[in-house]
Write a protein that binds this ligand. Structure first.
Ligand code: MG
Ligand code: MG
Length: 262
């Protein structure tokens, strides 16, 4: 069932999502060769709790194993999503996708950003650029009267025309009082297909894009998802509210980009 949100509820969602953006900016300040993803997780959890929110990912149940043990997902290089923070230092040339979720004033925030560590190759920089562009092309279609398939088509078309793989096994989602609500928001699809978009629908749009083949597998930790061919993967995510003329982006990369000097 798709739950439409009132304007007041959308403002509460915005507060939660802005906190995610500010948390990712705190993480961005620390990312450099030698730092561990566990250190990033510690800073993120403290920042979320200091701001009166709960990290929604921590303890999140898993049908395949134990609950998620951390407050952020940190997916390094060929990991696509759901990587578990650990004590392995990040290296020059790595990329790390950081996904963060908060629960504040009864509503969920959910946003993700792929960061570079030190100097990365032009090939990887291009993957990140195209994935972020695809996210915004998807968001342009989160408009009243369009359909879910219009979002997926825009993302898929941009990424595949650049030669990249679009992961099928994991998708975006509705979001509100629960982190995962209906509808599913695939990063692929046909124009004019799928559920009708209506003002007040709130969606997490999150392309997961691979430099090589799109096929992925679940690692032995029952969480981390990695490309089968070990090619690099990028993940950018915004939470948005469907609007009459344009989507309202509730999360924000502005805090991150200020830290990164972009
Ligand atoms: Mg997320
Ligand atoms: Mg999400």
């Amino acid at each position: 069932m798709i739950i439409l949100k009132t304007d007041d509820e959308i403002e509460l969602l915005r507060q939660s999502n802005l906190l995610v953006g500010r948390t990712l900016a705190e993480v961005a300040k620390l990312i450099k060769p030698g730092v561990t993803t566990r250190q990033l997780d510690k800073v993120a959890e403290e920042f979320i709790r200091d701001n009166g929110a709960i990290p929604t990912f921590k303890g999140f149940p898993n049908p395949y194993g134990g609950p998620f043990p951390a407050s952020i997902c940190t997916s390094v290089n060929s990991q696509v999503v759901h990587g578990i923070p650990n004590d392995e230092p990040l290296k020059d040339g790595d990329i790390v996708s950081v996904d963060c979720g908060t629960f504040l004033n009864g509503f969920c925030g959910d946003s993700a950003y792929t960061f570079t560590v030190g100097e990365v190759s032009a090939e990887i920089q291009q993957l990140l650029k195209v994935t972020k562009e695809a996210l915004y092309l998807g968001i342009q279609n989160a408009v009243h009267g369009k359909r879910i398939g219009d979002i997926g088509y825009a993302i898929q078309n941009h990424c595949e025309s650049n030669g990249y793989g679009v992961v099928r096994e994991f998708v975006g989602h509705g979001i509100g009082k629960d982190m995962h609500e209906d509808p599913a928001v695939p990063n692929y699809g046909k124009r004019g297909s799928g559920p009708l978009l209506k003002k007040g629908m709130c969606l997490a749009i999150e392309p997961m894009i691979t430099l090589g083949d799109r096929k992925v597998y679940l690692e032995n930790d029952s969480w981390s998802v990695r490309t089968r061919d070990k090619s690099m993967a990028a993940h950018f995510e915004h939470t948005v509210a469907v609007g009459l003329d344009a989507a309202d982006i509730l999360s924000s990369f502005e805090f991150i980009e200020k830290v990164l000097g972009e």
